[in-house]
Design a protein around this ligand. Structure first.
Ligand code: SF4
Length: 381
């Protein structure tokens, strides 16, 4: 397998997957996109074994409800890919895998609209035009929208009327759809995006062209649900992952417990362990008030070559001192969150800049601080 050309062909800003991993400071980053955001017990155990064998022994949960393995040696990538394919976690077709960017409402039921639409879209991925790598679809067709605040370019949502609607990201309203036409509408919107020059804008929210008449409507999404918090849920227990990360060995132990039937991934740094009741998982939390669950922090130094500072160690020390959201970013790119944080620490030239109610690339209030100086500056918040 021509792995070197695959890896060398990768550029920054690429949306990596298992066929096209991204080179990071700590080795290859391989993203795994489970069908419907769920893994069975066997798949979860296999994935944990793969992270322990080929990666750094950790699994990162992404904002699109995928898992990432990090620290993969490029010489071992083909064996990892083969393992993931055997687990049915990666499509055998690299092209289809690249297009398989669906975020689904995590608490779907086997026979509901989310499953029906997502399953049809999985089967029609080859009908899509070639789209920018970061483009994604959101299938949010439960009784009420669960993913309103999550990014995704072409969206199916529950409307106020109770029907399903199509909405282009960046537009506050959409059009109601007739049952069974949802995937046709998504494909048509994707084709329109390309034909109307969307490839230059790269994302739907940035594409300012007027929508076609058939996609313009005045229908609003229904009142959204709150995002899933850690704690007991119907059918299982939701666990918060500090920094969106879990040790593979820990997760493997959980998946081997009697009664556990699978794992649902969410975009909220929360996993839902199906069938789990009263299981304590070391390092994970079922307490919605846990300070670390209010923290965003990218891997930082040394994992990312663009980082000049450590991030997560500092975030652990600072989190109990911060009332609202804390974001510690290794550089101004702010990969961990694009939203303003109450306390924003951004690495620059080996030191930290501090801003309040700001994004990672904001003008700081205090510049060039040592980590020891930061607690004293939080009083200004
Ligand atoms: S924000 Fe963090 S992960 Fe993203 S490029 Fe900067 S240092 Fe790397």
């Amino acid at each position: 397998m021509a792995l070197s050309s695959q890896v060398e062909g990768v550029v920054r800003g690429w949306c990596p997957d298992a066929w096209r991993p991204m080179m990071a400071g700590d080795g290859l980053l391989v993203r795994v996109k489970p069908h419907l955001g769920r893994v069975s017990v066997a798949q979860a155990i296999g994935l944990c074994e793969a992270a322990l064998t080929y990666g750094n022994g950790l699994l990162d949960l992404t904002r699109r409800a995928n898992f990432q393995l990090r620290g993969v040696d490029h010489l071992q990538w083909p064996a990892l890919l083969e393992r993931l394919q055997a687990l049915d976690l990666v499509d055998d077709d690299a092209e289809r895998e690249g297009r398989r960017n669906l975020l689904v409402a995590p608490e779907w039921q086997t026979d509901d609209d989310t499953v029906r639409i997502a399953s049809e879209l999985y089967g029609r991925l080859h009908d899509l035009p070639r789209l920018p790598g970061k483009i994604g679809f959101v299938i949010d067709a439960g009784p009420a929208p669960a993913l309103i605040c999550e990014p995704g370019d072409f969206r199916i949502e529950r409307a106020c009327s109770g029907r399903l609607m199509l909405r282009a990201d960046g537009r506050s309203e959409g059009v109601e759809l007739t049952d069974g036409t949802e995937v046709d509408a998504l494909l048509a919107l994707a084709r329109w995006f390309v034909d109307s020059g969307g490839l230059q804008a790269r994302r739907m929210a940035r594409h300012s062209a007027a929508l076609p008449d058939w996609a313009i409507g005045d229908v609003r999404s229904a009142q959204p649900l709150r995002s899933m918090l850690p704690g007991e849920r119907t059918g299982g227990t939701a666990y918060g992952l500090p920094f969106g990360r879990v040790e593979a060995s820990t997760l493997m132990n959980v998946m081997e417990r009697p009664g556990v039937t699978g794992l649902r991934l969410t975009p909220w740094r929360v996993i839902l362990v199906e069938g789990a009741a009263g299981i304590d998982i070391p390092g994970l939390s079922t307490d919605p008030a846990e300070p670390l669950l209010r923290v965003d922090a990218c891997p930082g130094k040394p994992a990312c070559s663009q980082a000049s500072v450590v991030t997560r160690e500092l975030a652990r020390r600072i989190a109990p001192l911060v009332r609202g959201r804390l974001h510690v970013s290794g550089c101004a790119k702010g990969c961990a969150s694009s939203q303003p944080a109450d306390v924003m620490l951004t690495g620059r030239d080996g030191r930290y800049d501090l801003a309040f109610n700001a994004r990672a690339d904001a003008e700081p209030l205090f510049r060039g601080m040592d980590s020891a100086d930061i607690p004293g500056r939080l009083g200004a918040f």
